[in-house]
Design a protein around this ligand. Structure first.
Ligand code: DAK
Length: 260
């Protein structure tokens, strides 16, 4: 049996998924995309999992892009299938009903940056380099890079990264809003797991409402987004966790959220 290109481990209610092809800088081939898709579907369905952390194996890369060797040999039909699979995966991650953190431990290039941008938060090591170098291959980003970069960091950043194709360092990525936090490489895992633990202790239905509302808001006019927020706000008054959160505050204790 061949080893899966995606390793999984659980730390309390945090699921850590590690793309495990360090000899290829964790480049995304078809098998890896399929394994990731299955892993995220399983994480979504597992009630024990409250947060997902995604990272790459080895000291150098989160993901150095789509697997160029495999991609170069694709027929048009296979390229279409590859695209469908990749787009489905990115959308699945973006729409996951629980927070997903990309722990960017090195290069996040091309499909690797697109994967990180489909996650809800990005925490990067200070030595990470991020970019959309597809233009250097005569391509454009194909897993949503032009669209997510635009929405995440604005038109200037999207055009700079995609047109020039030159990777930027983590500090510049933070400045542009492409990542949320930058920490020393040695502290990346501790920092990421601390953020994950904070999210794991939060009310899951509230987190889900925030993810749904922010995602919907990025894709519709503000009036519709506000209506969506109001509906989700009202719905939470039917949850036990909302009662628990208010009661804990008034009783000056920590809330115990039960996802109900
Ligand atoms: N694919 C395949 N192999 C890769 C790879 C990649 N993206 N990146 C690195 N590798 C392999 C290298 O070939 C090398 O293999 P060996 O020579 O040892 O056999 C090994 O990983 C180690 O890499 P290097 O020796 O190059 O390591 P360095 O430290 O010298 O350089 C680097 C690191 C990240 C600067 C360099 O490896 C590099 O420039 N890599 C390519 C980065 C890149 O251009 N990425 C974007 C790929 S294009 C699509 C949708 C989306 C996409 C495509 C289609 N459809 C809708 C159909 C996405 C496209 C992309 O992501």
């Amino acid at each position: 049996m061949t080893a899966s290109p995606v390793q999984r481990r659980d730390a309390d209610s945090v699921r850590v998924l590690t793309i495990d092809r360090p000899e290829r800088l964790n480049a995304l081939d078809r098998d890896t995309l399929e394994a990731l898709d299955a892993a995220f579907a399983a994480a979504a369905d597992d009630p024990q999992v409250r947060v997902v952390v995604l990272t790459g194996a080895g000291p150098k890369a989160f993901v150095a892009g789509a697997d160029i060797a495999q991609m170069a040999a694709l027929t048009p039909i296979q390229a279409h299938e590859f695209s469908t699979l990749g787009q489905r995966l990115m959308r699945r991650i973006e729409r996951l009903p629980k927070p997903v953190i990309a722990m960017v431990n090195g290069y996040a290039l091309g499909g690797g940056l697109e994967l990180a941008m489909a996650c809800h938060l990005r925490i990067a090591a200070d030595m990470a380099r991020l970019g959309q170098p597809e233009v250097n291959l005569g391509l454009i980003p194909g897993f949503g890079g032009t669209q997510r970069l635009l929405r995440l960091a604005g038109r200037a950043a999207a055009l700079e990264l995609c047109l020039l194709g030159t990777p930027i360092d983590a500090a510049r990525a933070l400045q542009l809003g492409v990542v949320n936090r930058v920490v020393a490489a040695a502290e990346l895992e501790a920092e990421t797991m601390s953020v994950a633990a904070q999210l794991a202790a939060a009310a899951p239905l509230a987190l889900r409402g925030i993810l749904d509302a922010v995602l919907a808001g990025g894709e519709c006019p503000i009036e519709e987004g506000l209506q969506f927020e109001t509906a989700r706000f009202g719905l939470l008054f039917a949850s036990e966790d909302m009662r628990e959160g208010s009661a804990a505050f008034l009783e000056k204790r920590k809330p115990q959220f039960r996802n109900r």
